[in-house]
Design a protein around this ligand. Structure first.
Ligand code: HEC
Length: 133
């Protein structure tokens, strides 16, 4: 190997070593959703709710489905004896439990919300997101 070639190789090795030393992981803690409380806002998008429902932070892809952006104003009045939290949770857990007046008013006759098979933790996070932001 010629002298200039050797120098260039040495310089490259030095640069590589420097960049390896300079690299530090930006974060060693896993994403909050993997360990901590579930993020209702993220679930609303990820589970497909946002496709059918306009929510606190997004507009539905399709029109005609009940709006959920203003859920805190009506959720507690939908079913006698059922608080807002339990109404929203039951609507998600068992979509056929109630027929939303907003849906009936839009011409919907039978429940057209799929049972998304969410865990209780996911339902709780969504209830929190829809009622308290
Ligand atoms: C394929 C479309 C679709 C998807 C996806 C969907 N929904 Fe629905 N949802 C509906 C329809 C239709 C109704 C009204 C049906 C009824 O009342 O039985 C409804 C009703 C509701 C209600 C009650 C609304 C009211 O006015 O009483 C809540 C709360 C709700 N959905 C939350 C969710 C959440 C949270 C998700 C995601 C985990 C979701 N929905 C996913 C179509 C959908």
């Amino acid at each position: 190997m010629s002298r200039p070639g050797l120098l260039a190789a040495a310089a490259a090795a030095c640069a590589l070593a420097a960049s390896v030393v300079a690299w530090q992981p930006t974060s060693t803690t896993p994403a909050a959703s993997a360990t901590g409380p579930l993020d209702g806002s993220e679930l609303f998008q990820r589970k497909g709710c946002a496709t059918c429902h306009t929510g606190p932070e997004s507009n539905a892809t399709y029109g005609g489905f009940p709006l959920l952006a203003d859920a805190p104003t009506w959720a507690g009045d939908r079913e006698p004896g059922l608080g807002a939290d339990e109404y929203i949770a039951t609507s998600i857990r068992t979509p056929s439990a109630f027929l939303s007046p907003a849906w009936v008013g839009a011409g919907g006759g039978v429940t057209a919300m799929p049972d998304l098979g969410l865990t209780e933790a996911e339902i709780g996070a969504l209830v929190h997101y829809l009622l308290r932001g």
